[in-house]
Design a protein around this ligand. Structure first.
Ligand code: NIG
Ligand code: FE
Length: 434
């Protein structure tokens, strides 16, 4: 039997891999639908489980003894060393393509300035728009590759990726093309979202409707024609886009075949959750200020809430979204990082799990389901990723932990020991196998 022990980044790709010696194989197998209520806590863990992978697909998942009978001579054995193995995280809300950083604003907030005040003074999203307009696609890809590595080393294998720092046709297309290039040239998978309505650019300040028309009549047709996005998002908020403007843009996006996501009720109760329900959006994101009526509307329309506690934390607020009320109302909650250079400069889902548990009182199991299988469903990929089940893409992580709860419990460290994307080693903490 020719079995290679331990993984190597530069290994020749074996056709089959067997992952053995897991302390917990956290499969998240279950009903083929987003998880709600008590199902959110069912991680379908196999103690001493094993998994067989053929090329980029999961071939079998089960008890070590069962899987061992399927291992043939050409199979590469991956010894998990009594560690936890689980699906790669799916981060369903990120802004990962931008130029420059905003550490200066971070410092201003430590001195008491608010996110809104900084934005009103020409900083915030507009500061990143200025830098991004001056960057080439190559510059954006170069920066994006650095962030892609951060996602992978924190155990994330798929991200939703928004444009939104261009706000002209050519600059929005440039960002979406950079996302496409990153998808082709990194091990991370990107699901692109057009966010031309992230802010009103300063040159349209006194002509808002003209900018809305530009998004609808010029940007959306180009984005759809070049097939550069699967979703369209709008930042629906006081001083940004009104619910009426968001309705116009999202209705047009739907006519182009795009799915809908909304930045809703983040800084104030702006009506975004109700709008998401009215439009049957896939998701309503943020929801820090959503009220009971908004939550009920999301439930009746089966909209998935995407909660982003990293942005609450990084803005120094304590106004976290009401995750428990949403779970009690039967919503299929998703957790994501909101990675961006302003409100949430973290690519770490484990940090997000920690915040969800300590600040929003989600259990570790609920948080993990929200950042894997539920996130996958929110991106229309519930039958492809988000759990370890036969036929799914072999995106999995061996975490340096023996109990899945450690992912939310130990915070501020990088848990992954090995990360596999589509059956290939995408990140290894070290090369020694230790
Ligand atoms: O999701 N709220 C709008 N967009 C981002 C922030 C983007 C930025 O500050 O650059 C968010 O928090
Ligand atoms: Fe966001």
């Amino acid at each position: 039997m020719r079995c290679s022990r331990g993984a190597r980044v530069a290994k020749p790709v074996a056709e089959t891999l067997a992952v053995v010696n897991c302390s917990q194989l956290v499969t998240l197998a279950g009903a083929h639908r987003p998880r709600t209520g008590g199902d959110l806590r069912q991680l379908a863990i196999i103690e001493d489980g094993a998994m067989l992978v053929r090329e980029d697909r999961i071939e079998a998942v089960g008890w070590r003894r069962e899987i061992e009978t399927l291992i043939d001579a050409d199979c590469e054995l991956i010894d998990a060393g009594r560690r936890v193995v689980m699906p790669g995280f799916v981060d369903a809300h990120t802004h990962p393509v931008f130029a420059g950083i905003r550490a200066n604003e971070f410092e201003q907030r430590t001195a008491g300035a608010t996110y809104r005040e900084i934005a009103a003074g020409g900083g915030g999203i507009r500061a990143t728009v200025r830098a991004t307009r001056n960057a080439s696609q190559g510059d954006l890809v170069k920066a994006g590759k650095r962030y892609a590595e951060w996602f992978l080393r924190n155990g994330t294998t798929t991200i939703e990726a928004k444009s939104g720092y261009g706000l002209t046709i050519e600059d929005e297309l440039k960002i979406l093309r950079a996302i496409k290039q990153l998808n082709q040239e990194t091990s991370l998978k990107y699901v692109p979202t057009f966010l031309g309505a992230h802010d009103i650019p300063s040159e349209y300040q006194s002509r808002r409707q003209m900018y809305v028309n530009l998004v609808i009549n010029d940007m959306l047709p180009r984005v759809a024609e070049e097939k550069l996005a699967e979703y369209c998002d709008v930042f629906c908020e006081q001083d940004v886009f009104t619910t009426d403007e968001a309705w116009q843009i999202l209705s047009a996006a739907r006519c182009h075949g795009l799915g809908l996501r909304i930045h809703a009720d983040q800084l104030s109760l702006s009506g975004g959750a109700k709008l998401a329900a009215e439009l049957n959006a896939a998701t309503a994101d943020h929801l820090e200020h959503a009220d009971a009526t908004g939550i009920a509307a999301l439930k009746s329309a089966r909209v998935q809430p995407v909660l982003l506690p990293g942005s609450v934390y990084a803005l120094g607020s304590n106004h976290y979204p009401a995750a428990r009320e949403m779970i009690d109302a039967g919503l299929a909650v998703v957790l994501a990082t909101d990675f961006n250079p302003g409100s949430s400069p973290t690519p770490s889902i484990p940090m997000t799990l920690s915040l969800a548990c300590t600040q929003m009182k989600m259990s570790p199991a609920e948080a993990i389901a929200a950042a894997t299988i539920n996130a996958a469903y929110s991106l229309g990929r519930g039958d492809e990723i988000g759990s370890l089940e036969k036929g799914k893409r072999a995106d999995f992580v061996i975490h340096d932990a023996s109990d899945y709860r450690e992912l939310a419990y130990f915070f501020g460290i990088e848990h992954p020991w090995r990360v596999y994307a589509a059956g290939n080693l995408a990140y290894a903490r070290d090369q020694s196998g230790e």
